[in-house]
Design a protein. Structure first.
Length: 386
């Protein structure tokens, strides 16, 4: 177990010399707003693994150097959550990331495949997934925990080489390299302003405009307090209590009392803050929500048919080309594309950028403009665009 900054620096030095390493995290996420990091695993090309005792490390700067080093490939599976946790720990903006899960979608597999299934499919390696609910902050770790943690990164480099070998044979190496740049976008690692989001709150349907504003204001206060105290949102104010407050708002601060999801102590401590948030929502003292709507004309009677046709075309092309359709875009993205087709902005729509445009986006645009055609391939029995 790596327990000092000096030992961590040595791990990072050897990782950079190797040029490519597997990276994974183990954490618990139970009674906190942020995940509590317990362990970081580093897997070298020769199968050797190092385990970093996260609670023991005081200075994370060596890890920041590794994560932001463009000359070292960091191989993760389902990378975004781990990268967020690592960024919060060390502050190094990720560079040169390889996500074995997402990249699998380019070589005929699902882009949401589990690590155990991917290892079994490509390397004939079977993992014993026995420690998924372990307490990774307890010490000492058991032998079973240590083996489980090492196995998650032991084969990372071999997985990457296997996937990239298949991608190169298919002429898709550059596509994967382009796709992996998404993890270098700093916006993925910044906390969003809760004032500019509508909170997801159970039981908050069918609200008036003023109630929606109160929901936003209370939700923003709850979010910031949860972050500041590192508590789950429900520990600050439950969804039930939040909905009760906006549907039966108090007439003054003193009316805010203990209720389901709001203890007497919490009501006493936060009464004034809750009241100020309710008043802020009543008065509409909130910024406009970002406009995520499309820039084209209003939906017409036939737009859903065009969306269905587009999705069927994308699926047919992907099945024929051994690419996971989920990599292209979801229904909301395709709908926006359909509605903006007469004034489409190629820089705004990722369906027209880079490999997506080359693979199917440009052909789909021609079809929607009446300049292309769709037919069934007699050999594959799948839709194809021309």
């Amino acid at each position: 177990m790596i327990t000092t900054t000096e030992a961590l620096a040595d791990v990072v030095r050897r990782a950079r010399e190797a040029g490519a390493v597997g990276v994974d995290t183990e954490f618990i996420w139970d009674r906190t707003y942020y995940p509590t990091l317990g362990l970081i695993q580093i897997g070298y090309p020769d199968g050797h693994c190092e385990l970093i005792d996260a609670p023991a490390i005081e200075d994370w700067s060596p890890l920041a150097e590794l994560m932001s080093d463009p000359g070292t490939v960091k191989i993760l599976h389902d990378a975004q959550q781990d990268l967020n946790i690592l960024y919060r720990a060390c502050g190094g903006l990720p560079k040169n990331i390889f996500d074995t899960q997402r990249c699998s979608g380019f070589v005929g597999l699902s882009s949401t495949i589990s690590l155990s299934e991917l290892l079994k499919t490509l390397l004939k390696v079977r993992l014993a997934k026995t420690e998924t609910r372990s307490d990774w902050t307890a010490r000492p770790l058991t032998d079973a925990q240590l083996k489980y943690a090492e196995d998650d990164v032991r084969h990372s480099v071999d997985l990457m080489l296997n996937i990239m070998g298949q991608a190169e044979a298919l002429g898709r190496k550059a596509w994967i390299e382009e796709e992996m740049k998404i993890y270098e976008d700093e916006s993925h690692y910044q906390e969003r302003d809760p004032d500019c989001e509508m909170p997801r709150v159970r039981g908050s349907g069918s609200l008036t405009h003023q109630q929606r504003n109160m929901l936003r204001a209370l939700g923003a206060w709850r979010e910031l307090k949860a972050r500041r105290r590192n508590l789950p949102r429900g520990f600050v104010l439950s969804d039930d209590a939040l909905v009760s407050l906006i549907k039966r708002p108090p007439s003054c601060a003193e009316d805010i009392r203990q209720m389901k999801g709001l203890s007497e102590r919490s009501a006493e401590r936060n009464r004034q803050y809750i009241w100020e948030a309710i008043e802020r929502g009543r008065n509409g003292d909130l910024p406009e929500l970002p406009n995520h709507k499309h820039n084209g004309p209003s939906p017409d009677d036939g737009y859903e048919a065009r969306v269905d046709l587009s999705l069927a075309s994308i699926k047919g092309i992907c099945l024929a080309g051994d690419i996971d359709p989920a990599l292209i875009g979801n229904r909301a993205e395709v709908t926006a594309f359909v509605l903006e087709v007469d004034n489409v902005d190629a820089s705004r729509h990722r369906l027209l950028r880079g490999w997506r445009g080359e693979f199917c986006g440009n052909a789909l645009l021609r079809l929607l403009k009446g300049q292309g055609s769709i037919s069934i391939d007699p050999d594959t029995k799948l839709p194809k665009l021309s």
